[in-house]
Design a protein around this ligand. Sequence first.
Ligand SMILES: Nc1ncnc2c1ncn2[C@@H]1O[C@H](COP(=O)(O)OP(=O)(O)OP(=O)(O)O)[C@@H](O)[C@H]1O
Ligand SMILES: [Mg+2]
Length: 187
Amino acid sequence: MCKINCPLRAVIKKRQAVIRMDTNMTDRSGKTIPVRMNTAGLFDAYQVKAKQAGVNLELENEEELPIIEADANRLRRVFTNLLDNALKFSKNDGTVTILTDQTEKDIVVKVKDEGIGIDPQDLPFIFESFNRGKGAEKKKGFGLGLATVKAIVEAHGGQVLVKSELGKESIFKVILPKERVEHEPLE
Ligand SMILES: Nc1ncnc2c1ncn2[C@@H]1O[C@H](COP(=O)(O)OP(=O)(O)OP(=O)(O)O)[C@@H](O)[C@H]1O
Ligand SMILES: [Mg+2]
């Protein structure tokens, strides 16, 4: 392993800095504004990609979600990352479903797929940068999408959870508070 001037390490450091900068909602480009989660817009935007991937895309909107305080661009990246994963790890002719729901305090958006699933041994690590589970090596990627998702959701005071069954399905659940929770800015 190289200790000095390791190009890979430099790339990793730079990328981690980018993730931190990108999810720091106190910087000037990342102001939060009142936003309504536009799952219908995401659904429309992903129709072509889904078709190309041989996947059926469905939208189950329980009801219109309320407006929340959020950084619209970064929030969109959360769901594009989750949808890109769902399509990438789907089986041919599988279904990817976007589901929305809400509780008294939170809005909930789930992305469910009928893909390869995630090995229980890999599950605790998939939100770490550069971590890819078994089977992922057949697909393109660096293992950065979910680290970005987690950082953005947590910067909004929310949580991202995953449930998966190997060979069957994965469900990513994003919970975002309706009221902005004050938080320490990310480093
Ligand atoms: N929907 C999914 N189905 C099965 N495995 C998944 C799914 N989403 C994520 N994973 C697993 O979690 C790992 C980490 O996901 P992540 O999005 O961070 O990386 P990636 O998609 O491999 O690469 P990148 O996002 O950088 O293109 C994946 O490599 C894969 O093993
Ligand atoms: Mg990804």
